[in-house]
Design a protein around this ligand. Structure first.
Ligand code: F6P
Length: 319
């Protein structure tokens, strides 16, 4: 192993820069050269490479976004695209690759591995929807960002006796909604993993209002339906005229939390160490505070379960 590449791919996540820094500095520490590949697989296909040095990753540790930039690359979902990626890596003497991204990016990484490229994945997505790790880089920060926004909404909701429906990201998973819902004391958390019972929601809101509750917060995962759809469906069923807020890409920005910065640093370093140890086609993750290495496909072939205690907590604490 002489020269390794690193790229960020898919949706950006706070902490990706900390990971790029950790990959670079760990590799340099062990006498390896590092090449940054800009704009994920898109940049790989175009040969958009930049040498990374100790100082080129200085000052990025606590910056949101990714200094290598990122992209979603449809061409990399086709065999011709992946073969072209393999050729680009070989032409540029890149012996191994660290892919920082979500499960879509890991699928691309697995294809590279199957064609003989040495790859290790670092899980980075605000959705936390990957198995093989308890938490993905960016999830904690996104929860904190959503919480900050929702606590501001709570102020105005209670002043005006209003209901707010807050749509949070998460793609097909409810991790972000559940975590922020518990943290902000939402009356309801609606997630794709569970059926939505509109009648039950309407009844609960009605009785809560009768008991003197003057406002209501629903945290809605985008994977269930849109906030405007839910508001429409609830119209006529409840005593509020709901206001809707879509937090959207706000949740992807901002400086990483302490937790994400440390996680990203640990996983970035572990990815390079795994390559040095001869591990191939693996992802690094954090399970019960241990850094683990498991096959890349764990991310999407296994199930990352939602914590059922958390679901019960929403129910119990929102009486
Ligand atoms: O995967 C991260 C994520 O932010 C999802 O939560 C969301 O559904 C999606 O990316 C949005 O993607 P884009 O930025 O391409 O609109």
């Amino acid at each position: 192993l002489r020269r390794i590449g690193v790229l960020t791919s898919g949706g950006d996540a706070p902490g990706m820069n900390a990971s790029i820094r950790a990959v670079t500095r760990t590799a340099l520490y062990h006498g390896l050269q590092v090449v940054g590949i800009r704009r994920g697989y898109e940049g790989l296909l175009e040969g958009d490479f930049v040498p990374l040095t100790r100082s080129s990753v200085g000052g990025i540790l606590l910056h949101g976004g990714t200094m290598l930039r990122t992209a979603r690359c449809p061409a990399f979902m086709r065999p011709e695209g992946i073969n072209a990626g393999v050729s680009k890596l070989r032409e540029n003497d890149i012996d191994a690759l660290v892919v920082i991204g979500g499960d879509g990016s890991f699928r691309g990484a697995k294809e590279l591995h199957d064609r003989g490229i040495h790859v290790v994945g670092v899980p980075g997505t605000i959705d936390n929807d990957m198995a093989g790790t308890d938490c993905t880089i960016g999830f904690d920060t996104a929860c904190n960002t959503a919480l900050e926004c929702i606590s501001k909404l709570r102020d105005t909701a209670s002043s005006h006796d209003r209901m707010f429906i807050v749509e949070v990201m998460g793609r097909h998973a409810g991790f972000l909604a559940l975590e922020t819902g518990v943290a902000c004391g939402a009356e309801f958390v609606l997630i794709p993993e569970l059926p939505v019972d509109l009648e039950a929601i309407a009844n609960k809101i009605h009785y809560a209002k009768q008991r003197g509750k003057t406002h209501s917060l629903i945290v809605l995962a985008e994977g269930v339906m849109s906030a405007s759809e839910l508001a429409e469906k609830l119209k006529g069923h409840c005593d509020y005229d709901p206001r809707i807020v879509v937090l959207g890409h706000l949740q992807r920005g901002g400086a990483p939390s302490c937790f994400d910065t440390v996680l990203a640093s640990r996983l970035g370093a572990a990815a390079v160490e795994a390559l040095i140890d001869g591990k191939r086609g693996m992802m690094v993750g954090r399970t019960k505070d241990e850094i683990v290495t498991v096959p890349l496909e764990t991310a999407w072939t296994q199930h990352h379960p939602l914590d059922s205690d958390m679901l019960r907590l929403v129910e119990t604490l929102s009486i």
